[in-house]
Design a protein around this ligand. Structure first.
Ligand SMILES: [Zn+2]
Length: 258
């Protein structure tokens, strides 16, 4: 199914709002500081909704629904005057091209992830029950793309996608991260955000431990084996309700629609 602005689906507008709230959630969670970062969701085989920039750009914390517009995988589309897709749009389009099951992409520059990657700290399950999704993510492997180039071209994006492989997230050294979600696009946006949060948790923990001078030691496999996947109702849906509430209570009072 292709979601369109003209179609009868309320889901198209709901998805735009979901992406806008997700951008604000990245900001209130400390994963984006100012105006850099973007989220997309697949709307059809050749199109996506993406958070871009209008002439009144104020940064992710103040994202409005109108910042989220639909473009084709080639970056073109009928968009409002003055609105532009992100310069790193190829991050989104190349992930969507190469991973058919992926329906949402988050790109952010979390300060802790950037610092941990510059320090070349390993992405290990240093903690267990403290944050099970983060521990499981680290145990299964967090790939690192070693380049810090601005990903404005498809060839660079394809290198990044190769590093991502079939994993839920990739760290871009000295740059940030890319996280993906699958399934229903609204769920996928929330899932991609929770995966970005998990990578950020790993980074903040590694930096805190490294700062004490203690070695970075993964928890034992026998403890990993006792960390169940608590499932999407807990890991994604409950986390999303938490994030929505934080956006409402801690975010700016700026209305979601201009
Ligand atoms: Zn970037």
């Amino acid at each position: 199914m292709t979601l369109t602005a003209e179609g009868p689906q309320g889901s198209y507008d709901a998805l735009r709002e979901r992406i806008a709230v997700a951008c604000r959630a990245l900001a209130v969670s400390g994963l984006v500081e100012h105006i850099l970062g973007h989220i997309s969701a697949r709307t059809g085989s050749g199109s996506l909704l993406v958070r871009g920039r209008g002439p009144e750009e104020r940064g992710l914390a103040f994202t409005v629904v109108e910042d989220v517009q639909q473009v084709g995988l080639d970056g073109t589309g009928e968009v409002p005057t003055g609105w532009k897709p992100p310069s790193e749009l190829p991050i989104h389009t190349e992930v969507l091209r190469s991973r058919p099951e992926v329906t949402a992409v988050v790109h952010a520059h979390p300060p802790a992830v950037v610092a941990a990657s510059v320090a070349d700290l390993p992405w290990l399950p240093l903690v267990g029950s403290y944050d099970i999704p983060a521990a499981r993510l680290a145990h299964d492997g967090v790939p690192v793309w070693p380049r810090s180039a601005l990903i404005r071209r498809r060839d660079l994006a394809r290198q990044m996608v190769a590093a991502l492989g079939d994993r839920p997230a990739v760290v871009l050294r000295a740059h940030g991260l890319v996280a993906v979600g699958t399934g229903d696009p609204a769920h996928a946006v929330a899932e991609a955000v929770t995966r970005a949060l998990a990578v950020d948790t790993l980074a903040r923990t590694a930096l805190a431990v490294a700062a004490t001078g203690a070695p970075l030691r993964p928890i034992p496999d026998e403890d990993i084996a006792e960390l169940p996947d608590l499932g999407p109702a807990f890991n994604v849906s409950a986390m999303w309700r938490h994030l929505e509430a934080r956006v409402r209570h801690e975010g700016p009072a700026t209305p979601l629609r201009a």
